[in-house]
Design a protein around this ligand. Structure first.
Ligand SMILES: [Zn+2]
Ligand SMILES: [Zn+2]
Length: 357
């Protein structure tokens, strides 16, 4: 049973692990004094949405309304809201709450707060379930609402709220944001293609690492990568050994990481942002002989997410998207499962959700 709140909301939800999405009436809380209410216009489809609707991580509360890359226009603000006003464009990413007082929160790293609340399929402190952006209306505390830069497109910009910050944050944190650094990007999907754009905007040399030659032309000609490596070609991989300062590995399927560690220089870093469901094999000798680091990174804090959006606007960075109608979402999920999208589906919620009722 969904907890009843006063604001009527409508979206699309999955009811069981088949993952099939269909129209769903639910409710949102009334706008509190620090809350922002907005009409959702666009929502990106993240790979996590697919995993969650099918209960791949075993934690899905049904019914689930996915979506954590969404933007819209403010319709109401609470009396103590200072960040935005009615009519402003805003976005919400993966987080809607955190404790606001722990070490991580005080360092603007709400994404690592032990009490952080995910935008959908999670629980508010009052026990009610969070619902995401495949819906007409959203209410969130202003701290977790991003101001949308004027220059950034709403539709193609929406995926930056997860895919963008997930790659921007490790590039910045691990010092891969400087001209002259050589950055590898593994996997050219929703995350990988924006990783290439950010790394290029930072002035890095970018090499895309992919299992097949099929995306080479677009990686170089369209996304601006400097080089392309086929990971299944041992000769190419050996020729590039020890050349990269860092690698952003966006692959969520189980895959070998030792060949990637071989590509980085001494003191280089392999940063994993995908989450395979089984352990990966790691021989520590390959780390200690070059003082190499294998790390992980998960989205970013609110301050950094705002910084990322502003940076993207300034450098004309957005996702390459396929805009779809709400009632196409189940087909889109099937295609996403086969990686059949260049590179992110975005739902035209504002124009097509109400027609799907
Ligand atoms: Zn996501
Ligand atoms: Zn905290």
């Amino acid at each position: 049973m969904a907890t009843e709140h006063p604001v009527k909301a409508f979206g699309w939800a999955a009811r069981d692990p088949s993952g099939h999405l269909s129209p769903f009436n639910f409710s949102r809380r009334a706008t509190g004094e620090k809350d922002v209410q907005f009409k959702v216009l666009y929502c990106g489809i993240c790979h996590s949405d697919l995993a969650m609707i099918k209960n791949e991580w075993g934690s899905t509360p049904y019914p689930i309304v996915p979506g954590h890359e969404f933007v819209g226009v403010v319709t109401e603000v609470g009396s103590k809201v200072t960040k935005v006003k009615v009519g402003d464009k805003v976005g919400v990413g993966c987080l809607v709450e955190s404790c606001r007082s722990c070490e991580m929160c005080t360092e603007d790293l709400e994404n690592y707060c032990p009490k952080m609340v995910l935008t959908y399929g999670n629980k508010h402190p009052d026990g009610s379930i969070t619902y995401g952006g495949y819906s007409d209306i959203m209410v969130a505390d202003e701290h977790f609402v991003l101001s949308w830069p004027e220059k950034l497109p709403l539709d193609a910009g929406a995926p930056l709220l997860c895919a963008g910050i997930t790659t921007y944050s490790p590039l910045r944190h691990f010092g891969l944001d400087k001209p002259g650094t050589h950055v590898g990007v593994v996997g050219l999907g929703g995350l990988g293609h924006v990783a290439v754009k950010f790394a290029k905007a930072f002035g890095a040399k970018v090499t895309v690492i992919s299992t097949s030659e099929s995306k080479k032309k677009e990686a170089i000609e369209k996304l601006g990568a400097d080089a392309f490596l086929v990971s299944r070609d041992p000769e190419q991989m050996q020729a590039a050994a020890g050349t990269m300062d860092g690698i952003i590995d966006t692959v969520s399927a189980v895959h070998a990481i030792m060949p990637l560690i071989n590509l980085i220089k001494s003191q280089g870093k392999l940063i994993c942002v995908g989450a395979p469901d089984k352990p990966v094999e790691l021989h520590t000798v390959a780390l200690l002989t070059g003082r190499k680091t294998v790390s992980g990174s998960c989205i970013g804090g609110l301050k950094e997410t705002q910084e990322m959006l502003d940076f993207a606007a300034e450098h004309n960075i957005a996702a390459d998207i396929e805009l779809i109608q709400m009632d196409y979402v189940n087909t889109a999920m099937e295609r996403l499962a086969k990686a059949d999208v260049r590179y992110r589906f975005v739902i035209d919620v504002g124009n097509t959700l109400s027609k799907s009722a």
